[in-house]
Ligand binder design. Structure first.
Ligand code: GH3
Ligand code: MG
Ligand code: MG
Ligand code: MG
Length: 298
């Protein structure tokens, strides 16, 4: 994670924008906004790592900007430092109450601005790294089971509220032990990566999620997708793997692998639980294996 971070500076005075960007340019890439509205737009669009926010501004003031940022899920996580001429304790208290991570008074000292932005950028970097470690499967780069279950719980609640269907798909590679025994674990790992990419490429909607569920098992979540949509995705995934060439892995004996897939669609209500839906998909997968593998069942 050596890529440069981004700081968004929101201030209605051009001189302040210039001075601050001169100071901070070495630490990060700088984005400028000359009004609250513009700042909110750029924050949502560019998702900077840190925001420096003036309070007294023409039009929308910094406190209002902060409130808007915190109410938008896309920007609520971005750390914000107020940088303002309002120096009384109750102003500072208000800033922190609204969710600021720091408060710097104008006229500011360069060294203090630098030290504090550096600290918050570093915290941000560490947080991103922890989130990756907690949510991403290191081998395949897709979501892990922990992440899947978290998203499933959230989508389950949404589906209950909207009375919409949710589909779950469980995939298991056929005879993968044999593949490993034949070509070694490293070759098996490469196959797992290719399979993960293939599934990710086959999902179309932004809320669809594929995760590595365990060893050679994958799980797909299709929010707002009915049984017919689920069957289509299952068949698309099955065919994608069956047709996926493995020639580049230097295995002349086995050029293709196959998967078995179990699917389950339901309309979540107060009596049903996400874990039960996973179990239903798993039962379907088990039957697909028993019926001869390389097939889908729902
Ligand atoms: P089936 O068609 O019944 O699913 O047979 P299978 O051999 O795929 O199933 P089984 O559960 O017996 O074995 C799964 C194998 O997956 C065991 C292990 O060698 C392999 N596996 C699990 N995790 C990994 C991994 O991270 N890397 C590699 N290379 N292989 C893995
Ligand atoms: Mg101002
Ligand atoms: Mg298995
Ligand atoms: Mg298997």
């Amino acid at each position: 994670m050596s890529e440069r971070q981004q700081i968004l500076i929101i201030d209605d005075e051009t001189d302040n924008l210039r001075i601050l960007s001169d100071i901070l340019r070495e630490q990060a890439d700088i984005i400028l906004a000359k009004s609250g509205q513009q700042g909110i737009r750029k924050a949502a669009e560019l998702k900077p790592d840190l925001i420096l926010l003036d309070v007294v501004m023409q039009g929308m003031d910094g406190f209002e900007v902060m409130t808007t940022l915190k109410h938008n899920a896309e920007t609520s996580d971005i750390p914000v430092i107020f940088i303002t001429s309002l120096g009384e304790t109750h102003h500072e208290e208000k800033g922190f109450r609204l969710g600021a991570c720091d408060y710097i008074q104008k006229p500011f000292h360069t060294t203090i601005v630098l030290a504090r932005t550096k600290l918050h950028l570093e915290l941000r970097r560490q947080r991103t790294m922890l989130e990756q470690l907690a949510n991403i499967d290191p081998l395949t780069g897709i979501a892990n089971r922990r992440r899947y279950e978290e998203v499933l719980k959230r989508e389950w609640r949404v589906a209950m509220r909207k009375q919409s269907p949710v589909s779950l798909i469980l995939v298991d590679i056929d005879n993968f032990k044999h593949y490993n025994d034949h070509f070694g674990h490293a070759a098996g790992d490469k196959v797992l990566k290719k399979v993960a990419c293939a599934f990710r490429d086959r999902l179309q909607r932004p809320r669809d999620l594929v995760a590595r569920f365990g060893g050679e098992e994958f799980i797909i979540l299709l929010p707002d997708n009915d049984r017919q949509g689920c069957i289509e995705v299952m068949e698309r995934c099955r065919q994608a793997i069956e047709q996926m060439p493995l020639d580049d892995l230097n295995n002349p004996d086995i050029r293709h692998i196959t998967v078995s897939i179990g699917g389950y669609t339901c309309r979540p209500d107060t009596d049903s639980k996400p874990q039960e839906a996973i179990k239903m998909a798993d039962d379907m997968l088990y039957m697909a294996k028993h019926q001869g593998k390389n097939r889908i069942l729902w």
